[in-house]
Design a binder for this molecule. Structure first.
Ligand code: 5GP
Ligand code: MG
Length: 177
């Protein structure tokens, strides 16, 4: 285990097994539809790669660079789109991937944007969802794991740019924050 990690919440084997199940559901729902995956940078990168290699359907894969978190361990609520051009989703069914559903403001803003761009349907898929009351995006269409209301890192999730490469999801030691 990494020296800054207090405890592992979800280990590598459990994540990978869960992805088999999520991928199966995605295949069932998207089969035969013109599919575009839109994954949010940078947090969804590991999740995206591991999930999509299990989804044997024709698909276009796009990444969106949005900033919704500004360094610390609290969600700012402000979502900014950093790309100059947005993916072409006109008339497509979109699978929107993110690492974690917290306040829901990120997914809410991105869903709106994709619908404005002409997507005919947007389904949301997250590795993690915090078990809290949300005003927007009460739940994702596909959720890997529900977790408590605590700050986690690993498997794509960072603290100040670090820990994204850990193969598991864990909680940082107080001394690392
Ligand atoms: P929301 O807009 O749902 O509040 O937040 C979504 C974004 O906040 C995620 O994409 C992620 O970047 C960040 N975030 C929310 N909770 C956590 C957390 O526990 N750990 C980390 N590392 N990032 C989080
Ligand atoms: Mg982040």
């Amino acid at each position: 285990m990494h020296q800054d990690i207090e405890k592992v919440l979800i280990d590598e084997g459990i994540i990978q097994k869960r992805l088999d199940v999520l991928a199966g559901k995605v295949v069932e729902d998207f089969e035969g539809k013109p599919m575009v995956v839109v994954a949010l940078l940078k947090g969804a990168v590991l999740f995206t790669a591991d999930l999509l290699r299990r989804v044997a359907l024709p698909m276009q894969i796009e990444f969106l660079n949005v900033a919704s978190y500004h360094g610390g361990t609290e969600s700012s609520g402000v979502v900014s789109f950093l790309d100059e051009t947005l993916p072409d989703v006109e008339g497509k069914v979109v699978l929107l991937l993110d690492d974690i559903l917290d306040t829901g403001r990120t997914l809410e803003a991105v869903m709106k944007k994709l619908e404005q761009q002409g997507a005919c349907e947007v389904k949301t898929c997250v590795l993690l969802a915090k078990d809290i009351e949300r005003e927007v995006v009460k739940e994702a269409d596909y959720t890997g794991f529900m977790i408590g209301d605590e700050f986690v890192v690993g498997y794509g999730l960072d603290y100040q740019g670090l820990y994204r490469n850990l193969p598991y999801v864990g909680v940082l030691k107080d001394s690392a924050v």
